[in-house]
Design a protein around this ligand. Structure first.
Ligand code: CP
Length: 315
């Protein structure tokens, strides 16, 4: 594996899931692989799970880890080419990415969507500038349009908890008052299109994801109908793609409740976290045995380790 930016960088999904499960069974089996190798974790946005799980995975593989919060620990970075840098950005990504690439064998970047300009966000400017200038393998820690380390952890979790070969998996939109990126939902949909599953997306009118991410999923605008007989409910809020970055509704009837979960076939509730309780999903659901959000978050470590192992093997 050279880069890990999207599903397209995966050659064999089942093998990668198995690699994650192997790492979970035996975390230190490949500790010599990363000896004297350094990963730089570059964050433009906040994180709990991605930051800690990627650091832990790298350490399990014997790597050194350098972490940096752009704009707090470093200079603010200019992304546009040919611009007159007379604003608040003191360094250009051309130099910054190239320098980071000299200190690190692998670079990993988190940079969310700005949600102001759809064309710019979907061009993945930050990720592509790092890919262009870092000169070393690049890992996506959640970009404007995708969160593939989360999606791999989700696949590992589904593999662990599924009770039938071809489960019914429902990605459902949840209410939120703030505009949130589409990255997690896009990415989950992209990966579920490659799983052996009946995959359904439930969202209100105006919240359909970009067609390239929906793929072959069945899109439904009635959440209760979508939940019927489901094995997994994957909750997430996202802002509108069509009316880009807008909050079109906060309809509380889309919150996941125990009554909704009773429509499923003893389905499991998943969410990438962080989650706002009693706005997106009730305490009762999150605190019930049907919730597997903690197991899902724990699998972020094994997802990151499987990917880092693949990238280290390619160095
Ligand atoms: N799910 C996830 O990426 O969590 P963090 O934003 O805390 O890293």
């Amino acid at each position: 594996m050279t880069n890990f930016l999207a599903y397209d960088d995966v050659t064999d999904l089942n093998a990668l899931i198995q690699e994650g499960l192997n790492a979970k069974q035996n975390p230190f089996a490949d500790q010599s692989l990363g000896h004297n190798k350094t990963i730089g974790l570059i964050f433009f946005n906040s994180s709990l799970r991605t930051r800690m799980s990627t650091q832990k995975a790298a350490q399990n593989l014997g790597m050194n880890v350098i972490m940096m919060n752009v704009g707090q620990d470093s200079w603010g970075l200019e992304m546009e080419e040919g611009t007159v840098m007379n604003g608040d950005k003191a360094e250009h990504v051309k130099e910054a990415a190239a320098v980071v690439g000299k200190y690190c064998d692998i670079v990993a970047v988190r940079a969310f969507a700005g949600l102001q300009d759809r064309e710019q966000d979907y061009r993945e400017v930050v990720l592509n500038q790092f890919r262009k200038y870092a000169g070393v393998p690049l890992i996506n820690l959640e970009s404007a349009t995708r969160h593939p380390l989360q999606s791999l952890a989700d696949c590992i979790t589904i593999e662990e908890f599924k009770v039938r070969k071809r489960p019914k998996i429902v990605l459902t939109w949840l209410p939120h008052f703030k505009p949130l990126p589409q990255a997690v939902a896009n990415s989950f949909s992209e990966w579920m299109n490659h799983m052996d599953a009946e995959f359904v997306i439930a969202n209100p009118e105006g919240y359909d994801l970009a067609p390239e991410f929906v793929g072959n999923a069945r899109v439904m605008h009635n959440q209760n109908e979508a939940f019927e007989g489901a094995d997994f409910i994957y909750g997430k809020n996202w802002s509108s793609y069509q009316q880009y970055g807008q909050v079109l509704t906060q309809d509380p009837s889309w919150m996941v409740t125990m009554d909704k979960m009773r429509l499923t076939d003893n389905g499991k509730f998943m969410h990438c976290l962080p989650v706002r309780r009693n706005m997106k999903v009730t305490d009762e659901v999150l605190d019930s045995p049907q919730s597997i959000v903690i197991e899902q978050a724990a699998n972020r470590e094994w997802s990151a380790q499987a990917v880092l192992k693949g990238v280290l093997q390619g160095l």
